[in-house]
Design a protein around this ligand. Structure first.
Ligand code: NOJ
Ligand code: CA
Length: 527
């Protein structure tokens, strides 16, 4: 195979900047904090960090409501802080990706203030304005992802505007060439600075059906499900015109030296996800593969989804895997601590680029947030249904000093209850910690091209045991994961396997058995 690109062989780490490291005592993480902690990424062994939005923003959706695409929120620091962080990251051989939010801006963005100022403002068409339905109600039945109608009445100009997310996040109109140009200019601004790429927020939402038909009702909707799921987002998302935009973004990224990368945030089933690679692999490099986030945690289900994914990938399309992010429950809470170790081995031995969510390398769990401390609009708008995202956005615990070394002030969200022992410093001193496991696995990936770049085959489930092979050149690896809590007898395929690595500490006697909640990597060097 040709020399792999960094975004193929590398590992990405997601930083939620509010919660990573505070340096000025306001209880909120900042850019200087990320810079201070760069060695954490180096010691861990990741290749790139993706930072959730740092732009000026009223923070109604914690930065995903952007008020200036080419600025830095003073809460996070200055542009000079950003430039310093970028060059400090590059000095250490780390790539830095930003979060680009093209679907919507903040309602406080100057573009929207202009757009809403009058019907004939030149920027009116930069957003999506429609007349009321004949009965005066919203133009169609589309529902916001945060619940309620996705249309907001604007009395001053007598029309509705569309917001797929919050009322404070009006959707941009990508069918307008001037808007499109302005957004590409924003991407260019950061690429010119040397940013290594973008994670593109809700890429599949960017274009809506031109005639805005009603979405069909969802026959499977039941009370307790999210309001947005009352309808199927057939016309409001995933329109064919979006691929041309992805291609243009890709062309822009490719026009820069140094392998800039685009990662698309797309929650779609595999058959509808794959077109985002582009018909000629000229779409986004990595359409996020989120299936492990919701997978049933059993060997058969995971074997099936790996096979389905591998089978659905377009020729030459590079895979990727994700266990968690700032929107979804944490892996340690979903599968429990013993299985979090198995999950780490799964993430870091599957074929494809892994993305690690900050704190998952410590086994951080969801943190229960008392009602009076809830911050997330998702929870505030549809309380009690389990959609709130604060529990997965709590401060990174660094050590056992006050506030876990995160801040000298009051943290914006409470720390994990077990921060005195579950923190970076403590886990660093413990060979049996999850952090040590992540480091070991990342080092193994680097040492063994079969793990980073090799083919995958024989993806099989047998009871609680999930197994697959990775191979490259003369090297063959067998990954065996016990997704259950009972010891297992191992039936190895053929002779000649020797033990390379186990997720369990302690001396291992043979390759004939697998302990409860254990993952193994076996190796064979002659084919
Ligand atoms: C997806 C982001 O990951 C999420 O945090 C945000 O609320 C929505 N997009 C809206 O931008
Ligand atoms: Ca701060």
């Amino acid at each position: 195979m040709t020399h792999p690109k960094w975004w193929q062989s590398g590992v990405i780490y997601q930083v939620y900047p509010r919660s990573f490291q505070d340096t000025n005592g306001d209880g909120i993480g900042d850019l200087a904090g990320i810079e201070r902690r760069l060695d954490h990424f180096v010691r861990l062994g990741v290749d790139a960090i993706w930072i959730s939005p740092i732009y000026p923003s009223p923070m109604v959706d914690f930065g995903y409501d952007v008020a200036d695409y080419t600025g830095v929120h003073p809460m996070f620091g200055t542009m000079a802080d950003f430039d310093r962080l970028l060059s400090a990251a590059h000095d250490r051989g780390l790539r830095l990706l930003l979060d680009f939010v093209p679907n919507h801006s903040s309602d406080q963005h100057p573009w929207f203030l202009e757009s809403r100022s009058s019907r004939d403002n030149p920027k009116r068409d930069w957003y999506i304005w429609r007349d009321a339905a004949p009965d005066g109600g919203p133009p169609n039945n589309w529902i916001s992802d945060f619940g309620g109608s996705a249309w907001q009445w604007d009395a001053a100009t007598g029309q509705y505007y569309y917001h797929a997310m919050l009322v404070e996040q009006p959707d941009l109109n990508w069918r307008n060439p001037d808007l499109k140009r302005a957004m590409f200019d924003a991407m260019r601004f950061w690429f010119d600075k040397g940013v290594d790429g973008f994670r593109v927020d809700i890429l599949w939402h960017m274009v809506k059906a031109a005639d805005f038909p009603d979405n069909p009702p969802n026959p499977d909707w039941r009370p307790g499900m999210a309001d947005k799921d009352r309808v199927l987002q057939l016309y409001s998302t995933d329109q064919p015109e979006v691929f041309a935009i992805a291609e243009e973004m890709r062309a822009l990224a490719d026009s820069y030296p140094g392998d800039r990368v685009l990662i698309g945030e797309i929650y779609l089933p595999y058959d509808r996800l794959m077109p985002y690679y582009g018909a000629r692999l000229d779409g986004v490099h990595l359409p996020f593969n989120f299936e492990l986030i919701t997978a049933d945690w059993n060997a058969a289900a995971i074997a099936k989804l790996i096979r389905d994914y591998e089978g659905a990938l377009p020729e030459g399309g590079w895979p990727n895997w994700v266990l968690g992010n700032h929107d979804r429950p944490r892996i340690a809470t979903r599968v429990g601590e013993p299985q979090a170790r198995v999950a780490a081995m799964l993430l870091l031995t599957l074929r494809g680029t892994p993305t690690i969510y900050y704190g998952d390398e410590l086994g951080l769990g969801d943190v229960a947030i008392p009602a009076e401390l809830v911050q997330d609009p998702r929870e505030l708008r549809e309380p009690g249904l389990g959609f709130g995202r604060d529990p997965v956005r709590t401060p990174m615990p660094w050590d056992a000093s006050a506030n876990a070394g995160f801040t000298s002030g009051e943290p914006w969200l409470p720390l994990n209850g077990d921060w005195r022992t579950r923190n970076v410093a403590t886990e660093e001193g413990d060979r049996g910690s999850l952090l040590a496991l992540y480091r070991d696995l990342l080092a193994l990936r680097r040492a063994h091209p079969a793990l980073a770049m090799g083919a995958v085959r024989r993806i099989e489930a047998d009871g609680d045991v999930l197994a697959y092979e990775r191979m490259q050149g003369q090297e063959r690896m067998l990954v065996v994961l016990n997704l259950g809590a009972e010891d297992q007898v191992l039936n190895l395929p053929g002779e000649g396997w020797s033990l390379l690595f186990s997720t369990c500490s302690g001396l291992r006697r043979s390759t004939a058995s697998l302990e409860a909640n254990e993952g193994l990597i076996l190796i064979k060097t002659s084919l």
